[in-house]
Design a protein around this ligand. Sequence first.
Ligand code: GLY
Length: 394
Amino acid sequence: MAEKLFLEALDLNATKLFADEPTLGVTFPYVTHPSGQWDTLPASLSAGYRGENWSHGNWFCGFWVGLLIAAYLRTQDERYLNLARERMLLVAPRASDGNTHDIGFIFYPSAIALFHVTGDTQYADLAAQAADRLRRRLIMTPRGSYISAWGPLSDMRGRRSSAIDTMANLPLLYWAAQQKDDASFTLAGEAHALMTREAFIRPDNSTYHAIEYDIETGERARGFTFQGYADSSCWPRGQAWAIYGYTRTAEATGKRAYLDLAEQLADYFVGRTGPSLVPPWDFDDPAVPNTLIDTSASAIVASAFADMAALHPDPNKAAAWGQRARDILAVLCERHLARDDAHRGLLRHGCYSKPHNQGVDSAVMFGDFFFIEALCSVAMPGKLRATPKRLSKA
Ligand code: GLY
C-alpha cells in the first residue's frame, strides 16, 4: 500500500515537472504563491547583505535539477535528463560563488546526481569546483574551525556567521574527498561538525539556528535565529538539517559517534513532533498547535532516517529508523501531497520563513526535493545517490 503511494508521488513529480518546465524560462521555482503558482527566481541571484538585511538569494536552483533527474530515473524518459542538462547550464556559474555556504545545496542534488547517473565528468569537475569554494569558507579559531555561512569572507558579518543549515551542505565536501582522493575535504567538514556540536547543540539536544562566533577566541558570542520564532527556540527545519548532516558525517567518516548524535537529535525531533509526524514551523511558538506547520522539515528527516536505517549496525534500530522514514513519507503522501493541478509543487504546508512572511503554508522547493530524495532512497535505493554503507559495530 505505502509502496503504491510512494510510486504515485514519484509519478506526480514527473508529471508536474513536465507541465511546469515550459512556463519557467530561465527562472527556477522557489515557493508557491497563495494562488498555487510557483514564485520563481533566476539561478544567478547570489546571496548578500542589502544594508543590514541578509538575503539567501537563489539557493534552491539545484533542487529543481535533482527533481528532473529523479523523474528521469522513475520514467526512463530521456527528455527529463535533457532538461536536467539544460538547466545545469544555468546553475553552473554558481560554482564560483563565494557568498554562501548554500553552494552544497546547489551542487549536490544537481551536478553530483548528474555525474552519478550519466558518468559525465564535466559534472564532477563542476561539483569539485563548488566543493573547493565551500572548503575555502573554513575559518580557523583557537577552539576549532567552522564553515562560515552567510556572505563573502571579506565581510566580518559573513566571517563570524555560522548556521545549522551548513550541516546539510557538508555532503558536497564528503563527496569531493572521495572523488578527488583528498581527505582535506572531509577534515574541513568534520571540523565544522565538531565545532557545531559544541556551539549549537543545547543540553536538551535542541539546536540554535545560527551562531555568531568571536573569531579571536572561537567562543559563541551569541546564538540567534533568522527564520525561527526566537533566539532561544528550536526551529524544526534547523533541527532537521542537523540530523541530516550528522548522519551524512557518520557515513563519510565511518564514526559511530556522529550517528549516535544524529539519533539524539532525532529523538528530540520525534518527541516534540508527535503523532501528526509534521512539526509546527517552530516548536516553541506559543500558538502551537494552532499555528503553521512545516512539511519540509518532515521530508528532510525522512531522508535522514532512510540513511540512518542503511548505516545503523544494530538491525533493530536500523529497522526502526527505516519504518519511521516510511511512516513519515506515507503521511506526507496521504495528507500533504498537492494532487490538485492548480497547486504547483508536491508538498503543501511547507514554511520557508514565517518572520519574513515568505513561502508560508506553501510548497517549498527544498521540501519537494528532500521528499523525492527520501522516496528514491526507499523506493529505488542507490539510483539518485549511493546508499550509505552500514557502519561496523565498534
Ligand atoms: N536556508 C535554509 C533554510 O531555509 O532552511
